[in-house]
Design a protein around this ligand. Structure first.
Ligand code: ADP
Ligand code: MG
Length: 684
C-alpha cells in the first residue's frame, strides 16, 4: 500500500468508517500515519489477584473459574458475568450491555483483563474490563497504548487498529520532510522508525523520542515559514510620516486626557513612523485600556501628512463602531472616513471603493473585505489591525502589501508571553498599555448557582431601573453556530415572555444579517434596548459604556481569556459594573470562576488560562495567525522551539529559497501550512 492510497482500502475500514476518519482530516494512509496520539495509556502492569489493591486499574491474567452467566436486570440492562482465577485468588468480572463478551470468553482458555479492581464483599471485581484472549500478539492489554485525539463515531480501538494496519501494510516509505543532515544533527531516528515508536510504542522513552521528533518537525515548519515571511518583509520600505507633532492638536481635541501609558505608546509609534523602515509594532493592552484612541492618534498623523490610514477589524460590528467613532473624531479636521465591509450593499461598496481609490477618504475602516483583490488604495501609509489575534499572518501581509509602503501596527487584548513572542515574531516590537483610564472601577464579579437565578434577574432589573443596560451572554454550543444562534433566540423569547415582559429585550447572534445586527447595535448604544441577549459576537471591542451588567450563562464553557474579553464589554464608565457568572460546577470550572471573581487583570488571567488549559488550547496559536500545532507544546517544548529556530536559520542561510532537492519536502510542507502569503515570495 502506498502513502497516498485512500484509507478506504485498508482492512477493516469501509466507506462509513472512512467518512468518520475524514472528520479528523484523514483520507489517505499518510494522513492516518501522521495523525499522532496525544498521550499514552499504560496497560502494561500485570498483577496477581492476591496482590491487587482496592481501586487500582491494572491487568489481571487468568482462566475462567465459573460458567459465563448472561441475564437481564431490572431496567432491561443485560449483564454478563463470570469468575476468574489466576491461581492466587478469584476475581469477579462483569459487563453491562455487552452480550457479545460471552462469545469472547468461550473462544480461549486464558485471558487478560484490564480494568479497575474494586474490593466488594470479599472479592475483587472488575466492571466492564477490557478483555483479550491470551493468544499470539496482545493488542489491547499488557502493553502501553497510544491515545488519539478522537471524534464521534470512532473509538480509540478503531483508530489504533487502523494505524497498526497502515503501518503493516505500507510498502513504500513516507518521504521525510526533515533533511537528513538536520535529522542526524539533532539525533532523531528515521521517519519510519519514529512512526512505529509513536503508534506502537514499546516504552515511554521511545514514544517521547518520537513525539519530540514530530514536534520538532512542526516547529521547524513554523520557524521556517515565519523566517521566510520576515525576510520578505525586510525588503519593504515605508513612507516616512514626518509630521508627528500635530498629534498634540489631536490630543487637545479629545474630551479627556490621555493616560501616561497611552502617551508612552503613541511616542513609540511616532518614533517608528518617521522612518522609512516599516514599523512592525504590536500593542498589547487589556480590554478597556483605550487602544482605539492610540490607533486614531497615529492615523491622524498619517492623514495630516496627506496619506491614507487604514484600520481593519475582525468583525463588522466592530468595524462599524470604529467607523462611527473615527468619523466623529476626524470630521472636525476635515478628514473623510470611509468604511468597507462584506455586508454592505453593492452600490455602497462601489462608493466606498471609489473614495478609497481616489483618495477622498483618508481614514479607512473595514473588515477583511479591505483585502479583497479589487480594493485599491491611493496612498496608504499606515495599516492598523485591531484585535490582531483574530487575523492571520497572511491577511495582514496581504493588506500590508496593498499599501506596499505601509507601517503596520497590530493591537490585541490577548497577551502572549514575552519569551514566546520573541521566538515567534522575532523582530516585532511590543508596547504595552498597562494602565486603565482614570475613574474605572473594577468590575465586581460573582459566580452564582442556579438557586440564585431569580435574584440575578432581579438584580439586572434593578440596574436597568437605575438607567443602565445589560448584556446576557448565551452558552456556546460546540461545533455549531446555528445551534448557538437558535439557543440564543429561544433564551431571549423566554426572557421577553416570562421574565422581562415590560422591558426591551433583543437578541444578537452570528446568523443575523449584517444590517440587522447593525440596527440592533445602534439601538443598544442609543439606549433603546435594555437587555441585549447575545452570543459571543459581542466578544471583541464592542463599546457601550452605559451597559454595566453582564450575565454569562454556562460560563464554564468559555475559556478564561474569553470570559475576560466578554466581561470587558462592561466597566467602561464611572458607574459600578457587575458580572454574574452562571456555571455548572466541577473542580476546574470552580477554579476558573474563582479566578474571574478575584481579578480583573488580563495578564494574570491569561497566565492562569495557560496553566489550567494547557498551551495548545489557550494559545490557540491559530489566534495569532499561524498554522496550528498538533503535537508540539509551546510551553513545555521551549527547548525544541529554540532548536527548531536555530535549525531554520542554518537551513535558510545555506539555501535561502529552499530549492535544493533535500529541502523540497520541507518547502512543500511550509507552503501547505502557510499557504501562499505573497505574490513574489517563494511561498507561492
Ligand atoms: P480597548 O483597549 O478595549 O479597545 P477602547 O479603545 O474601546 O478600549 O476604550 C475604552 C473606552 O475608554 C472608550 O469609551 C474610550 O473612549 C475610553 N477612553 C480611552 N482612553 C481614555 C482616557 N485616556 N480617558 C478616559 N477615557 C478613555
Ligand atoms: Mg478595542
Amino acid at each position: 500500500m502506498k502513502p497516498e492510497t485512500s484509507i478506504q482500502y485498508l482492512k477493516g475500514i469501509g466507506e462509513a468508517r472512512a467518512k468518520a476518519f475524514s472528520r479528523l482530516g484523514i483520507s489517505t494512509v499518510r494522513d492516518l500515519l501522521l495523525h499522532f496520539p496525544r498521550t499514552l495509556e499504560d496497560r502494561s502492569e500485570i498483577k496477581t489477584i492476591s496482590d491487587l489493591m482496592d481501586g487500582e486499574t491494572v491487568c489481571v491474567r487468568g482462566q475462567l473459574a465459573s460458567d459465563v452467566r448472561s441475564y437481564r436486570a431490572r431496567g432491561r440492562k443485560s449483564i454478563t458475568q463470570a469468575r476468574i482465577s489466576d491461581g492466587s485468588s478469584l476475581m469477579k468480572v462483569s459487563w453491562f450491555n455487552a452480550p457479545y463478551i460471552a462469545k469472547t470468553l468461550q473462544s480461549g482458555s486464558e485471558f487478560t483483563f484490564y480494568g479497575k479492581a474494586v474490593y466488594k464483599g470479599n472479592f475483587f471485581e472488575m466492571t466492564n474490563p477490557v478483555v483479550e484472549p491470551l493468544t499470539g500478539q496482545n493488542k489491547k492489554t499488557g502493553r502501553i497504548l497510544p491515545v488519539y485525539p478522537a471524534t464521534s463515531g470512532l473509538s480509540q480501538d478503531q483508530i489504533r487498529n487502523a494505524a497498526a494496519t497502515a503501518l503493516m501494510e505500507l510498502d513504500s516509505p513516507l518521504s521525510d520532510i526533515l533533511p537528513e543532515s538536520i535529522r542526524k544533527a539533532y539525533g532523531f531516528k528515521t521517519l519510519m522508525e519514529s512512526l512505529v515508536d509513536i503508534h506502537a510504542p514499546k516504552s515511554y522513552e521511545a514514544f517521547e523520542a518520537a513525539r519530540c521528533r514530530f514536534a520538532f518537525e512542526e516547529l521547524l515548519v513554523l520557524q521556517t515559514g515565519i523566517r521566510i515571511i520576515g525576510d520578505e518583509r525586510k525588503g519593504f520600505s515605508a513612507t516616512p510620516i514626518k509630521n508627528v507633532k500635530c498629534i498634540q492638536d489631536f490630543a487637545k481635541s479629545l474630551p479627556y486626557e490621555l493616560t501616561s501609558a497611552q502617551k508612552r505608546v503613541i511616542n513609540s509609534i511616532c518614533t517608528d513612523i518617521q522612518k522609512n523602515v516599516p514599523m512592525n509594532r504590536l500593542v498589547q493592552g487589556d480590554v478597556g485600556s483605550g487602544k482605539t484612541i492610540v490607533a486614531a492618534a497615529a492615523m491622524y498623523a498619517a492623514a495630516n501628512s496627506g496619506y491614507q490610514a487604514v484600520l481593519m477589524a475582525p468583525t463588522e460590528i466592530l468595524a462599524v463602531q470604529h467607523y462611527r467613532n473615527l468619523s466623529k473624531l476626524f470630521s472636525p479636521f476635515g478628514f473623510e472616513t470611509a468604511m468597507l465591509c462584506g455586508g454592505m450593499s453593492a452600490p455602497e461598496k462601489r462608493e466606498a471603493k471609489k473614495k478609497i481609490k481616489d483618495g477622498t477618504a483618508r481614514i479607512i475602516v473595514g473588515t477583511h473585505a479591505l483585502i479583497s483583490d479589487d480594493t485599491l488604495f491611493k496612498n496608504a501609509a499606515l495599516v492598523i489591525t485591531d484585535e490582531q489575534h483574530r487575523f492571520g499572518v497572511r491577511q495582514r501581509l496581504a493588506l500590508t502589501e496593498k499599501g506596499i509602503n505601509a507601517h503596520t501596527l497590530v493591537m490585541t487584548a490577548t497577551p502572549i508571553p514575552r519569551t514566546l513572542s520573541l521566538i515567534l515574531y522575532g523582530d516585532l516590537d511590543v508596547s504595552v498599555i498597562d494602565e486603565l483610564p482614570p475613574g474605572r472601577k473594577p468590575i465586581e464579579t460573582y459566580s452564582v448557582g442556579e438557586r440564585k437565578r431569580k435574584s440575578a434577574y432581579e438584580f439586572v432589573r434593578k440596574n436597568i431601573k437605575d438607567g443602565r443596560q445589560a448584556y446576557i451572554v448565551c452558552p456556546l454550543i460546540e461545533e455549531s453556530e446555528v445551534l448557538t444562534a437558535k439557543a440564543a433566540v429561544e433564551y431571549a423569547e423566554n426572557l421577553k415572555k416570562n421574565i422581562f415582559p415590560d422591558l426591551s429585550v433583543e437578541v444578537m447572534h452570528g446568523k443575523l444579517k449584517a444590517p440587522e445586527r447593525q440596527e440592533i447595535m445602534t439601538r443598544f448604544s442609543k439606549g433603546e434596548i435594555n437587555i441585549l441577549v447575545s452570543t459571543t459576537v459581542i466578544e471583541v471591542g464592542v463599546d457601550v459604556p452605559n451597559a454595566t451588567v453582564m450575565l454569562i450563562e454556562n460560563a464554564e464553557r468559555f475559556g478564561l481569556s474569553q470570559l475576560h474579553q466578554l466581561r470587558g464589554r462592561i466597566g467602561r464608565s464611572s458607574h459600578d459594573s457587575y458580572c454574574l457568572l452562571f456555571s455548572q460546577g466541577g473542580r476546574i470550572a470552580d477554579e476558573r470562576m474563582k479566578i474571574m471573581c478575584e481579578t480583573n487583570d488580563g495578564f494574570k488571567i491569561s497566565e492562569k488560562d495557560l496553566e489550567l488549559r494547557g498551551p495548545g488550547e489557550f494559545f490557540g496559536i491559530r489566534q495569532h495567525g499561524l498554522p496550528e500545532l498538533k503535537i508540539a507544546n509551546l510551553s513545555t517544548d521551549m527547548q525544541l522551539l529554540a532548536d527548531a529556530k536555530k535549525a531554520a536559520e542554518d537551513l535558510l542561510r545555506l539555501d535561502p529559497t529552499l530549492t535544493s532537492p533535500m529541502n523540497s519536502g520541507l518547502l512543500n510542507r511550509v507552503r501547505e501550512k502557510f499557504l501562499e502569503v505573497s505574490e513574489n515570495g517563494i511561498l507561492n
